[in-house]
Write a protein that binds this ligand. Structure first.
Ligand code: MF3
Ligand code: CO
Length: 289
């Protein structure tokens, strides 16, 4: 059903459509007519949704901060899982990974050549020289948040340190491209170029995603696409920036036994940082980090 100019806006602001989202909707329509991929309005978060995602994000950030305080040589990935579960639930949240598509734990812990979706394990003790991605996702009052950080355990080699650092820079550079009327491909391209300039490669098959009312929403967010391609960025979109950067080739495979753990094909290390970002009227706001 078409909204008329004087009807209340679809976003729930209580304002009339003509003085709220009408102009933006028309602008988006123009891009669509030119053949671009554009978000449907149900991907644009309302102020109420954004407030909910912000609250969820606060838990997610606090959990990662706490992981940073306890992690180190001798700690098992199961102990990280226990901390994530206990702290998240003590704040009224639910760890989103737990039972997601059958995932058995509350957090993903991906060490060295593990690209992502590593499963916490009481037998995996963190050792001097490991690099680990801890990927935390929270559901709070129905709203989802998601972010991950790298931690360096003890004395890490210069090569691995550089991989971790460059991957972080990739996210920071990508973030600078997040503003209305840019394309997701503009962001992907700066990330991919920075990785390549340092001799690394970006994983193709797994990427980021819209998030908020569900864990994984449209669009799929690639970090290997061309400028001016992929979905148009429109105020109210919330998505993750989470490139997986490999020291060697971008080829990966999934563990046949657990059906989750993703490894680099060449056995070289991989790093990932993840933030959740909101597209605002004049740029962006980082919701989780
Ligand atoms: N947290 C991951 C992401 O960034 C998703 C993990 S799915 C899980 O999208 F089931 F493995 F937790
Ligand atoms: Co994610």
């Amino acid at each position: 059903m078409k909204i008329e100019r004087n009807d209340p806006c679809w976003c729930g602001s209580g304002k009339k459509y003509k003085s709220c989202h009408l102009n933006q909707d028309n602008k988006v329509k123009q891009y669509e007519l030119q053949g671009h991929m554009v978000p449907t309005n149900d991907l644009l978060k309302t102020p109420k949704d954004i407030e909910g995602i912000r609250e969820s994000s606060k838990i997610n950030i606090a959990v990662l901060d706490a992981v940073g305080k306890m992690i180190g040589p001798g700690v098992t990935t199961q102990e990280i899982d226990d901390l994530v579960y206990n702290l998240t639930t003590s704040m009224g949240g639910i760890p989103a990974p737990l039972n997601y598509d059958g995932f058995p734990k509350s957090v993903c812990t991906s060490i060295n050549e593990v690209v992502c979706h590593g499963i916490p394990d009481p037998d995996r003790v963190l050792e001097d020289g490991d690099i680990i991605n801890v990927d935390v996702s929270t559901i709070y009052k129905g709203y989802f948040s998601d972010s991950s950080r790298m931690y360096m355990i003890g004395n890490v080699s210069e090569e691995k340190k550089k991989l971790v650092q460059v991957t972080k820079e990739c996210v920071e550079l990508g973030l600078q491209m997040v503003k209305p009327w840019n394309f997701l491909g503009d962001m992907a391209d700066v990330i991919n170029r920075h990785a390549k300039e340092n001799g690394y490669s970006v994983v193709v098959e797994i990427g980021g995603h819209g998030i908020g009312l569900e864990f994984h929403e449209e669009p799929f967010v690639s970090y290997v696409t061309e400028p001016g391609t992929e979905m148009l960025m429109v105020p109210g979109m919330v998505f993750t920036i989470e490139p997986m950067v490999n020291m060697g080739t971008s080829d990966i495979f999934v563990d046949e036994e657990d059906d989750w753990t993703v490894y680099t094909d060449d056995g070289l290390p991989s790093a990932q940082w993840e933030i959740t970002v909101l597209v605002t009227e004049d740029g962006h706001e980082v919701l989780t980090y």
